[in-house]
Design a protein around this ligand. Structure first.
Ligand code: SAH
Length: 230
């Protein structure tokens, strides 16, 4: 029975990926493969509809991002998520995207999630353990940490790729500092109106910034402010 359910959910996950390919949001084979392997259904609270293209509440005033946002960010970071590279996922929430990063980086790479709500870090670890990325967690190329992501994670810097899953009023300087020359940071910036910004650090250390699209994310803020909002 369990096996039937599993194959059914993976089938629905595959259909979601196919729709994102059809709409041109997933452009590469690599991103399609990874999103097919990581079943979104394993990363949402029971009773929610994981295969619909919308964000879902996960408690603590947080959401799992919509599949099209996960896909867009994976495409923007694809060249910076090659086997053996190092990536940081700030505001890792459910752990979905960190798990995708680990799949792309492989056992020689390093994927880190940083999230300031301890319960969500526990939730994400459980989700990952049930997913195709579990071996990376076990063998240490994937790890999840409780911390204020506005400070990045200096211990393992510099990073080829940094993703921020919550909107910052401005780009936190530590994240720019922790980017490797040649690396890329993708971060929603703004309060009410937000832009998904792409920051590239050139080999000489200078940075270029462009806006990719308008987005709406939960704020990158203090834990107290997040838990007392609404
Ligand atoms: N990519 C995640 C997004 C989760 S929503 C996913 O799809 O599951 C954004 C997350 O950022 C929330 O879990 C929230 O708790 C977290 N967050 C907000 N401000 C933070 C901060 N200063 N440090 C770490 N995490 C933060």
């Amino acid at each position: 029975m369990e096996r039937l359910w599993t194959s059914g959910s993976l089938g629905r996950n595959k259909e979601l990926v196919e729709r994102l390919q059809l709409y041109g949001i997933i452009k590469s084979k690599k991103v399609a493969e990874v999103m097919e392997a990581i079943d979104r259904g394993l990363f949402v609270p029971p009773g929610s509809a994981p295969y619909v293209d919308t964000p879902i509440l996960i408690g603590y005033n947080a959401t799992i991002s919509a599949p099209h946002m996960h896909a867009a960010c994976l495409e923007l970071l694809r060249e910076h998520l090659q086997p053996g590279m190092r990536a940081l996922d700030v505001g890792s929430g459910t752990g979905y995207l960190t798990a995708c990063f680990a799949m792309m980086l492989g056992p020689e790479g390093r994927a880190l999630g940083v999230e300031h709500i301890a319960e969500l870090v526990d939730f994400s670890i459980n989700n990952i353990k049930n997913s195709a990325a579990s071996s990376f967690l076990k063998e240490g190329s994937l790890s999840m940490h409780i911390a204020d992501g506005r400070e990045g994670w200096p211990d393992l810097a510099p990073y080829d790729a940094i993703h921020v899953g919550a909107a910052a009023p401005e780009i936190p300087q530590p994240l720019i500092d922790q980017l490797k020359p040649g690396g890329r940071l993708v971060i929603p910036v703004g309060t009410v109106f937000q832009d998904l910004q792409v920051i590239d650090k050139k080999m000489d250390g200078s940075v270029s910034i462009r806006s990719e699209t308008s987005v709406r994310y939960v704020p990158l803020t203090s834990k107290a402010a997040q838990l007392h909002s609404n």
